[in-house]
Design a protein around this ligand. Structure first.
Ligand SMILES: *Cc1c(COP(=O)(O)O)cnc(C)c1O
Length: 381
């Protein structure tokens, strides 16, 4: 079965009782039992729900994995993995990890003695040296947020796995439509389904996918034991979104490429970050490990920061908001928004400067989007 067929059909068996083509929302906290302990496989929705299972079947199929576990959010999914560690365990992450991830790892290290270190992600030797006997996870993201750095997943996964370190890849930006981390050697794929998978900016959710029995059971335990479960309705909405993932990503890729090309030519733009540009640092690796370059584009502007920030709410179609991956275009100022929890000097060091703007290109017609960007840039001259 090909990608788009799986997206439509996996986990979407018609309801047996009524024939309803779309499985209903099992909006229930609990399930009646025939006798104590005798039930239909569901006891309490924190532990399990038919809607969870349906979405898990779809996401697992799209990522090509054996198990999926859905969570309340992308961070909930991350916690589903992190709560499997003990104090003294070591996690290696890439320097430009998602800002919320950085915040969580920092706090977990202070409060619970998790050891955390960061690598640039473009050097296998650097990773080799960072691994200690306590290292449990290598936490990768590619392309990264907001600079769209591309990490050679296969090369780094090889190094980590030889030392028994589980490789986790946050595939939120690429989605399974464009990148399959399990095929590249990852042990776990993580998603903020809030973004492209849900795709409509109306629900928060997360998921992990893995072939590893132990990591899957641990994630399932974390969800149940610590309460990182989503709601049945949210999961149902996410499942509605996933059916068009392939179509949406194709359009996001077209729009992303068009915007990146437009910005590259503009006099007020000093740098454009888009994996599809041949000038992008990770372009060659992206071309090998991705089927398309996605809809996220970042750029630095040669404009006084105050003026730039004043204009960010003036777009017609690009709404100034956190988050990404929805059908509608969004724009974001990483230094004050998504990456505000990263200390200023660290941000500077990692290239997340005050003149950096991130675009999440939606599925609108790219002519309209480019006209919108052109108009605001013209007014900035
Ligand atoms: C948004 C995001 C997360 C966190 O997901 P939430 O659903 O907001 O908790 C993690 N990783 C990446 C790359 C993200 O963009």
């Amino acid at each position: 079965m090909k990608f788009q067929t799986k997206a439509v059909h996996m986990g979407q068996k018609p309801d047996k009782q009524t024939g309803a083509v779309v499985p209903p929302i099992y909006q229930t906290s609990t399930y009646g039992q025939e006798a104590p302990g005798e039930h239909h496989g569901f006891e309490y929705t924190r532990a399990g729900n038919p809607n969870f299972q349906n979405l898990e079947a779809a996401i697992a199929a799209l990522e090509g994995g054996k198990y999926a576990v859905v969570f309340s959010s992308g961070m909930g999914a991350a916690m589903g993995l992190l709560m499997q560690l003990s104090s003294g365990d070591h996690v290696i992450a890439t320097e430009d990890a998602y800002g919320g991830m950085y915040r969580a790892l920092t706090r977990l290290s202070v409060q619970f003695g998790l050891r955390v270190s960061y690598i640039s992600g473009d050097d296998a030797d650097e990773l080799q040296q960072a691994i200690t006997p306590q290292t449990k996870y290598l936490w990768l993201e590619s392309p990264t947020n907001p600079l769209l750095n591309v990490i050679d997943i296969r090369t780094l996964a090889n190094v980590a796995r030889q030392k028994g370190v589980a490789v986790i890849v946050d595939n939120t930006f690429a989605t399974p439509a464009l990148q399959s981390p399990l095929e590249l050697g990852a042990d776990v794929v993580l998603h903020s389904t809030t973004k492209y998978i849900g795709g409509h900016s109306d629900v928060i959710g997360g998921a992990i996918v893995t072939d590893d029995d132990r990591l899957a059971a641990g994630a399932d335990f974390s969800r149940k034991a610590y309460g990182f479960n989503p709601s049945p309705f949210d999961v149902w909405l996410t499942h509605r979104g996933i059916k068009t993932l392939g179509l949406r990503m194709a359009q996001h890729c077209r729009g992303g490429a068009a915007l990146a090309a437009f910005l590259s030519e503009h006099a007020l733009v000093s740098d454009v970050f888009y994996p599809g540009l041949s000038s992008h640092r990770g372009h060659d690796i992206a071309a090998l490990q991705m089927k398309g370059f996605g809809g996220m584009v970042s750029a630095r502007f040669n404009v006084p920061v105050k003026r730039l920030k004043q204009h960010l709410a003036r777009f017609r179609f690009f709404r100034l908001a956190e988050s990404l991956g929805g059908v509608e275009s969004l724009i974001c100022h990483p230094a004050t928004m998504t990456h505000a929890s990263v200390p200023a000097e660290l941000r500077e060091q990692r290239g997340i400067r005050e003149n950096l703007v991130r675009f999440s290109v939606g599925i609108e017609d790219s002519d309209d989007l480019i006209a919108d960007v052109k108009e605001v840039l013209d007014s900035l001259r």
